[in-house]
Design a protein around this ligand. Sequence first.
Ligand code: FES
Length: 163
Amino acid sequence: MCKNCSKSDLALLDPVLEEFAGDNHALVAILQRAQEIYGHLPCDVIYRIAEKRGLSPAKVMGVATFYSQFRLKPVGKNLILLCKGTACHVNGADSIAKALKDELGISDGETTADGLFTLNEVACLGCCSLSPVMMINETTYGSLTPEKAKEIVRSIKAEGERQ
Ligand code: FES
């Protein structure tokens, strides 16, 4: 296992592995359930699944990295999905990305040190008429400007500090 490997409560995974024990095609389903349990797919969970399924860790990791739905790193409390699709790109998504990166001090795919925000740049979010667009958890924010994007993040941060 890698030296940075987490120490997950692997007992939580046992019922899932038992449920799919007889199903040779259930790896994706197992990874989905594991991500529901742990919030992402830690290294030790990947190894446990590999061991129990009789697969190499590389094989399980290969499947986990192939599908964009799987996350190998923990995600912050607020997951920002910044659209970099064509309409948003044309309407200034790059300047929104720069504003968010400046405000949060992180790059695409990273999480702030306080665990409050993760930034993910994604393809079209399906609401191009509002471009440029980002989603934070379940909420969509459209017609963004760099300053508006910063304000939204600041107000969520302030809200978090009040709690
Ligand atoms: S291109 Fe951004 S929502 Fe479609």
